[in-house]
Write a new protein. Sequence first.
Length: 119
Amino acid sequence: GVVPRMRSAENARIPDLAVTCAPPGRERLMSDPVLLVEILSPSNAEQTWANVWAYATIPTVTEILVVSSTEIRAELLRRGPDGNWPASPEVIAAGDMIHLQTIGFEQPLASAYRTTALA
């Protein structure tokens, strides 16, 4: 899990995937995450986006990727050089590439799905 800065004493969230550059520790909560990934499904969309906005309060987080479970589509939020988040996420469509600068990752979005028959 990770701890957002808002109400941090009682506010731990567990993203679907988290990446940190900090050395491993014994803590149950990850320190200094840089990339967080959430899988968005229709039944939890509201809670997922609430988590995303909470993750944006963590100073070390620079990218948040929200991947759809019902279509080949993702939304990427990337903190700017000035430390601010964009007004809206970058939409990544079925034929587009995912570029995650924090970990030097680039791959077609469709390859992250079990099948491309959803397109």
